[in-house]
Design a protein around this ligand. Sequence first.
Ligand SMILES: NC(=O)c1ccc[n+]([C@@H]2O[C@H](COP(=O)([O-])OP(=O)(O)OC[C@H]3O[C@@H](n4cnc5c(N)ncnc54)[C@H](OP(=O)(O)O)[C@@H]3O)[C@@H](O)[C@H]2O)c1
Length: 322
Amino acid sequence: MEAIEVSEFGDSDVLSTAEHDVPEPGPSEVRIAVEAVGVNFADIMQRRGNYPGGPQPTYVPGMEAAGTVEAVGENADREVGERVVAMTQQGYAEYTTASVDALFDVPEGMGFEGAAGFPVQFLTAHNTLFEWGGLTDGESVLIHAAAGGVGTAATQLASRAGATVFGTASSREKLDLAEELGCEIPIDYTETDFADAVNDATDGAGVDLVLDGVGGDTTQESLSCLTDFGRMTVYGAASGEPGHPDTGTLLFNNHTVLGYHLGQAMGQVPGRVLGAVPDLTEALTSGDLEVIVGQTFQLAEAGDAHAYIENRESSGKVVLTP
Ligand SMILES: NC(=O)c1ccc[n+]([C@@H]2O[C@H](COP(=O)([O-])OP(=O)(O)OC[C@H]3O[C@@H](n4cnc5c(N)ncnc54)[C@H](OP(=O)(O)O)[C@@H]3O)[C@@H](O)[C@H]2O)c1
């Protein structure tokens, strides 16, 4: 089968196509004939070699894939032919294996490309907003990279929950998308200081919650537009640098900063991480929520897909199709 390899850490051109054996499912695993692969920012950080605990070259990247169950391992309570999407470890391939514990049915009426954008980004969006961030109806939230993969999911979820959504992005086109999804106060941070914009719109009070997947200077600046007793969920560093929240700011404003990592939490508190799956699946089936697939690339174009995201050209989910 065809798979994509990272044979050394580096830029997007280190991704290359290679022939691999079709993988055999182990106990409690299935083999999936892959129809669509979700590309995540973490794939890029792993490829650069700056993802803590990430895989060492040579490896096949990819943490989520959608397709059809093709073979069932021992004790795996699944049927051949089922349409599934999985959190996996070697998703950039024509076939991959996944544990039944990290397997979800593709919502009725949803195509594989949309399904490949569901687990990582929607679970992260839901959990950072609600399960970790404690967002409630009537509160306000600032979502950075609101037109990105996690951002488009979080914007829809927060708006649907009755929160006022402030969103940042780097272009008018991205902000238009965020607005369509429920962002009431779109902020182009390349033109306006986002903290000033939030403080202006809230008469200086700030927002109740910040979702920070960007890190770097964005983290500390976000605290300057967070209300007293506000929360910030930190879940990524797309800027390439982790943020450094000043504890002086935290203590004088009674701020709470929470860290979230899907993979680590799945291993330790799976019930907490996956609790929203039925609600999310139902909302995706009814059309109440939508996976925004921004761009699709062929599997062999994985390098182009990475460059597209790194160059900030992407909106929504980027998907590879074998
Ligand atoms: N902790 C977890 O479990 C978990 C799970 C999923 C994702 N994440 C993290 O969440 C973040 C978003 O992930 P995603 O896959 O949905 O990606 P994404 O938001 O689709 O893409 C990243 C976005 O970050 C913004 N950005 C800001 N500075 C950037 C820079 N220097 N280079 C590139 N982009 C930059 C860009 O939006 P603008 O152009 O609008 O600024 C870009 O579109 C990432 O940090 C990712 O690692 C964490």
